[in-house]
Design a protein around this ligand. Sequence first.
Ligand code: 5GP
Length: 111
Amino acid sequence: MPMEERTVFHKIRDGELPAEIVQSDEDVMVFKDIHPKAPTHLLFIPKHFVASIADVTPETAHLPGLLILKAQQFAKEQGISGYKLTFHVGEGGGQEVPYLHLHFMSEEQIA
Ligand code: 5GP
């Protein structure tokens, strides 16, 4: 993809833009939202780029599930019992950054 089309999340994923990274493995990166809307507000992104839920294909349909599984595991590890998971889809759905991401919000604090 041309450099000018790379989003801020590409740059965070590739270490070119600082972020408060909470977790990162081969498949998924988790970092704190820069403008938190809850005491805990994290963003889960796949390392493999997909722009949005609207762009998921049969080949990439596992990625939203993987983000949900990572969020569930993270909550268990942190002892968080209640949380909200949200995908914004398209500009009309409130999506500002065209890189697939799962919002994880909780009234509970992480360690
Ligand atoms: P969207 O509205 O696209 O679903 O959510 C994008 C989220 O990314 C917003 O909640 C916004 O605060 C967050 N965000 C935007 N730019 C940055 C950034 O440079 N760093 C971090 N950590 N979060 C960002």
